[in-house]
Design a protein around this ligand. Structure first.
Ligand code: CP
Length: 302
């Protein structure tokens, strides 16, 4: 494992090894135990798109393990504004750090960057492409919440066209032999370049009611307003689904709701206090999972 651009870059064995180590690192992630496994290491965080969870959980992961971060959250304060290309920028940043974390609005940008980086390049989200470290924390969360991550009925709801988290997660859940139900308006359905590669049972639906009572996991996504070429098209689907506590009366009591966050209106706040809501625990899980990944990419002693 050198670069992590797509979830397909990781074998099943590598994924399981990261999740096992993440479990051990939970007390370190919570600040209850100390570790210096990344002592002296530097992560460069290059964010050409907004982020709260990905950037801050990677920074926490580095600092809890004794490492440090350099980087930017606003590309307009960098030489990108003077016309520097991504390739030139990454070549240079790779000389300043032991690993580079990149978020960029263009699909394929992380692959291009990895081809020009001498140190591990981690894709923190490339447009509507992939978000592999989100997938690792999603798998960790499913395993924690359900006691397994195989043989489950998983529904993915919302913007399956532009939502990169569901593209990565579909591949990973297929590897672990789960059944997938894709729920979206027709205009936001899962792209065929994702479904063509799925080695598991899957089906497509417009209505959440069609599948809700069979689901073990409901993975809700935000409609990705920023990726619509036409705002009028966004407005037509902006409120396509709203999950509220009333709707959940038809769900299994063990069913858990995940969301990569941020949410807008797709999950009502009255769900937050129900047994179904796992999305804030999911957001925390980004810290131990990213610690485990960083240890494997650039780590020294444990
Ligand atoms: N889940 C996720 O990628 O969140 P951010 O956009 O806040 O990083």
């Amino acid at each position: 494992m050198k670069h992590v651009v797509s979830i397909s870059d990781l074998s099943k064995k590598q994924i399981l090894s990261i999740l096992k180590r993440a479990k051990e690192l939970v007390p370190v992630a919570k600040g209850k135990k100390k570790s210096k496994s990344l002592d002296g290491k530097i992560l460069a965080t290059c964010f050409f798109e907004p982020s709260t969870r990905t950037r801050l959980s990677f920074e926490t992961a580095m600092q809890r393990l004794g490492g440090t971060c350099i980087g930017f959250a606003d590309p307009s304060a960098t030489s990108h504004l003077k016309g520097e290309t991504l390739v030139d920028g990454i070549r240079m940043v790779a000389g300043y750090a032991d690993a580079v974390l990149l978020r960029h609005p263009q699909e394929g940008s992380a692959r291009l960057a990895s081809e020009n980086s001498e140190v591990p390049l981690i894709n923190g989200g490339d447009g509507a492409g992939q978000h592999p470290t989100q997938t690792l924390l999603d798998l960790f969360t499913i395993n924690e919440e359900m006691g397994k991550m195989e043989g489950l009925n998983v529904g993915m709801l919302g913007d399956l066209r532009y939502g990169r988290t569901v593209h990565s997660l579909s591949h990973a859940l297929a590897k672990f032999n789960n059944k997938l139900s894709f729920i979206s308006p027709d205009s936001l359905s899962m792209p065929s370049y994702v479904t063509d590669d799925l080695s598991c049972d899957w089906s497509s639906h417009n209505s959440i009611e069609d599948v809700l009572n069979d689901l073990d996991i409901l993975y809700v996504t935000r409609i990705q307003k920023e990726r619509f070429p036409d705002l009028e098209e966004y407005k037509k689907v902006a409120s396509a689904y709203i999950i509220d506590s009333d709707l959940l009366k038809n769900a299994k009591s063990s069913m858990r709701i995940l969301h990569p966050l941020p949410r807008v209106t797709e999950i009502s706040t009255d769900v937050d206090d129900t047994k179904h809501a796992a999305y804030f625990r999911q957001a925390f899980n980004g810290v131990p999972v990213r610690m485990a990944l960083l240890e494997q990419l650039i780590g020294g002693k444990k």
